[in-house]
Design a protein around this ligand. Structure first.
Ligand code: M6R
Length: 608
């Protein structure tokens, strides 16, 4: 949801900002802009469209200066347009602001500012900020930003420059991510670490209402009361190349191919033969676990789908009742939470606003919160009681792939951990599941070898307008993820249905030639699923079936079959989803869609 970056230092700001924005484009790509201080004046260049368009303009008319801010936008208030692009400035052009988040009381602030004589040129909520800073400015930018942000309601990470203080950037966050970096004679702020990784690995993870002042001497951090804060400087050890395409045409394909490694990395030193599951990062005690009466799993999108698998495996192995909630719904249904409740939040980015809000709600009511996230130092990881990292490496493509499979692995590990602590599983069963888990990386590689089948299927079906995904039990959970993947990157309408539910209404949509992907990998539900498949083929549907090796009779029931290996049924979602990811990918490529940056979407949804 918008990416911001700020720079002060010895280099030309333009190239540092553009490079930073290119690493943040996954957060939004409706428009982009920069504001650069040339020592006296602020010069702004911004336009609707991708960052490449802004770059083209800047190549023709470069902006000189060593202090600046930049923005890549995912529109919330005001359509994508040149005028609504950030940075936004005050009337004289002496103050410029980039913003990620939503100012909820902007209508009221705008009216108030208009009554004071301020004029607005955009439809954005953000534009109130430069005017407010202008209103409070009295020779001290930090003070003005503090006073201005005290008036704001909502979420924000903002970067501000002022031509009257041409050697600094002031930034602050509340409910939107922001980090600050320190280099040699230079300083940075950004929405996410990759934006500055080529310049520094020394990073401050900022908390809400912490104000930073960047200068070439470094980073100073202040509380909302204006007191200087000493914070821990973290050294980031990620591989900067992990955020590059590495020869693949798209990040999504690269990330699909990274799954065997990501799965292995997530299990390292946690899943070992002849040893109980080790989750050293989890501090919850055996006694606390025994007192848990209910678990909520709360997440959005793909992470929510991983949660549905989580419910199934935790209930099955640890015998604790689990409810799975979409984070944006959770808070508003007045859920029953107390200190016997455990909440598990799942978030690749660790910054999703709704997931964070649910986490906070649970904590207020005394629940313990375990976070499953991929981003070290993310807000979710800092606010939860316990954190389990998925070691998938940076996920850049908007469509989540390796984050999902590693979230599944983490759910299995948690379920086994709970089960071993609550004595609800025999050693033999735990051993057998762990052994199968350890084989998953190799099995995942084999799934990738089937890519031609999916490519061919996509080349025959990409022009269809609708598609159905059917499954029962865990296959239904995977069907939901397959359907979401297809929708978000190929824009083909699709629905996931529980095999047995279809006949209660939706089967009316099945007609001659309707494409159905039917998942029948779960042994105990296989026969029932075959009946459901027959219900749709009888009505003319063309079916691509998935089942485990050996179930060759499925070939008689469907048009083509894809086999997954025979392993413990609960682990199959990790493998079944891979061909569904490939299918969505090839559909998108065939249709000529932008695989990595699908329309209307952003990787990280930091607004409610
Ligand atoms: O960063 P998060 O895991 O919290 O993100 C949640 C969803 O926004 C995300 O999974 C989204 O659904 C993906 N685009 C799906 O591919």
């Amino acid at each position: 949801m918008c990416g911001i970056v700020g720079y002060v230092g010895k280099n030309q700001a333009q190239s540092v900002l553009i490079e930073g924005l290119s690493k943040l484009e996954y957060r939004g790509y409706d428009s982009a802009g920069v504001a650069i201080l040339d020592g006296e004046r602020i010069n702004v260049m911004k336009c609707k469209g991708r960052l490449a368009k802004l770059e083209e303009k800047l190549n023709k008319e470069p902006l000189e200066g060593r202090v600046g801010i930049g923005h890549t936008r995912w529109a919330t208030h005001g359509e994508p347009s040149d005028m609504n692009s950030h940075p936004h400035s005050n009337y004289e052009g002496t103050i410029s602001v980039v913003h990620n988040g939503i100012i909820e009381n902007y209508v009221h602030l705008r009216e108030w500012l208009v009554s004071k004589g301020y004029r607005f040129v955009s439809d954005t909520d953000t534009e109130v900020i430069p005017h407010l800073v202008d209103y409070y400015y009295d020779g001290d930018l930090l003070d003005a930003v503090m006073k201005a942000t005290a008036k704001l309601e909502g979420s924000y990470a903002i970067g501000v420059i002022c031509s009257k203080e041409p050697d600094k950037v002031v930034a602050v966050r509340k409910d939107s991510p922001l980090i600050a970096g320190v280099g040699d004679g230079e300083a940075f702020v950004a929405s996410d670490v990759p934006a500055i990784l080529n310049h520094t690995r020394d990073v401050y993870y900022l908390d809400d209402k912490e104000f930073v002042v960047l200068s070439k001497d470094g980073v100073e951090i202040y509380s909302a009361e204006g007191e200087k804060i000493e914070k821990k400087l973290n050294h980031v050890t990620w591989d900067a190349n992990a955020a590059e395409k590495d020869g693949f045409e798209h990040f999504m394909m690269k990330e699909i191919y990274e799954q065997p490694k990501a799965i292995r990395d997530t299990m390292i030193s946690r899943v070992m033969p002849n040893e109980p599951i080790k989750l050293d990062d989890i501090k919850i005690t055996k006694e606390q676990l025994e007192s848990i009466q209910k678990i909520y799993i709360v997440a959005c999108g793909t992470a929510y789908h991983a949660g549905i698998v989580g419910k199934y495996v935790i209930e099955r192995l640890a015998r604790i009742p689990v409810e799975v909630d979409i984070a944006s719904e959770f808070r508003y249904r007045n859920p029953i939470i107390d200190n016997k409740t455990l909440m598990i939040v799942i978030s690749q980015s660790g910054e999703t606003a709704d997931t964070l809000a649910a986490l906070r709600e649970a904590k207020v009511h005394g629940a313990r919160v375990i976070a499953i996230t991929n981003v070290v130092g993310s807000t979710v990881s800092r606010e939860a009681d316990d954190v389990l990292y998925t070691w998938a490496g940076p996920e850049i493509a908007v469509a989540s792939t390796k984050a999902y499979t590693t979230q599944l692995i983490t759910m299995y590990m948690l379920a086994l951990f709970f089960a071993q602590n609550r004595n609800t599983i025999t050693k033999e069963e735990a051993e057998s599941i762990k052994n199968d888990m350890l084989e998953l990386p190799e099995r995942a590689k084999k799934m990738l070898e089937q890519k031609e089948v999916l490519q061919k299927f996509a080349s025959k079906t990409y022009m269809y307008k609708d598609m159905f995904f059917l499954g029962r039990g865990l296959d239904y959970a995977v069907a939901m993820e397959g359907s979401l993947k297809l929708k978000e990157i190929s824009y083909i309408h699709s629905e996931a249905y529980a095999g047995g539910e279809l006949k209660h209404g939706t089967i009316a949509l099945i007609e001659d030639g309707t494409i159905v992907v039917a998942l029948a990998t779960q042994t105990d539900l296989y026969e029932k699923m075959i009946s459901n498949i027959r219900e749709v083929t009888t009505r003319g549907a063309k079916v691509l079936g998935f089942t485990v090796e050996g179930n060759t009779d499925m070939e008689k029931a469907v048009d083509s079959v894809l086999y997954v290996p025979k392993i413990n049924n609960i682990l199959l979602p990790v493998l079944t989803v891979i061909p569904l990811q490939l299918l969505a990918y090839y559909m998108s490529v065939q249709k000529g869609c932008d695989v990595d940056k699908p329309r209307n979407l952003a990787k990280s949804v930091t607004v409610e």
